[in-house]
Design a protein. Sequence first.
Length: 319
Amino acid sequence: MANRTVMKTLGLDEIIDAGTAKELKEVYEKDIQEPLERHIPLQPGKLARTRDLLSRVVSGSGEWRDILEKINNTGQTVLLRLEHKDTGILNLPWGLADDPFTGKALAEQRRLVIAKNVTGYFGPELPDFPAPPLKLLIMVSSPMDLDPVHALLKYEEEEKHILNAFSPLIEAGLVQIDFTPDASLQSLEEKLTHSHYHILHFTGHGYVRTRKNGDKEEVEGVLVMENRDTLKRENVSALDFAEILCSPQVKQVPMVILSACQTAAGGGDGMGGVTRQLMRAGVPAVISMSMSVRDDMAAQFAAALYRGMAQRMTVFTAF
């Protein structure tokens, strides 16, 4: 039987003009991103504005229509890689857009799998993992002095939460999990120096900030990590984090999962965001978040992703 799964790349730079890109980002940030970050329930009418704008892009693009028509008419499964130079465009919820042929949201199309890459910063191939067991290094950052608004579960509770989520895979010998003793850069470097891991999974908090560079303002991604001696909060720049992971002294990790807020943020042509710094430094694959997500939902997503990879699915298919 012929393989009915195909991979395609769609360059959004070519089908979205500057005015449309600006409108999409402004509406999404005002109607969806800002309320979610402030824990305000989304209003259906506001959600519809973003959906309508995205649907207009999809229905007006010959490339989008060709892909969706083939899915609907041939039964092919398409692994679609969206590319754009601006992470603000990539982070839009493209699954909300309507399929012009069925009227259903793209997220409901079971034969369409969407991933997002910054133009020019991913090669054609994603990492191929060896036979099980899959080796994970998990870092949980929960500084002792983190304010209650941003506090995570206690370290022991978070560790138990993750182990419970992955217990069937561990018992089956499909996954081996190791934890860093704390969430400091020094402990991360030591772990990666002495052992080889297939995946680094970071759970904690992240954010983006602007800083002055001469006359320009630049976006910089930050991870909230721990001071090794005090276990108190230590804000680590995306650049410092990337330099540890890609240092010639450590064993390279082919995939990084960032279960931390705003790690996919850092739009425009700047490279300050955490994800983009990792990609520029040479990490083959990064899965990250454009906004906040509940701890339990993040763990469920990660468990499903790891289960697929342990069963020898490609990263794209497992995602």
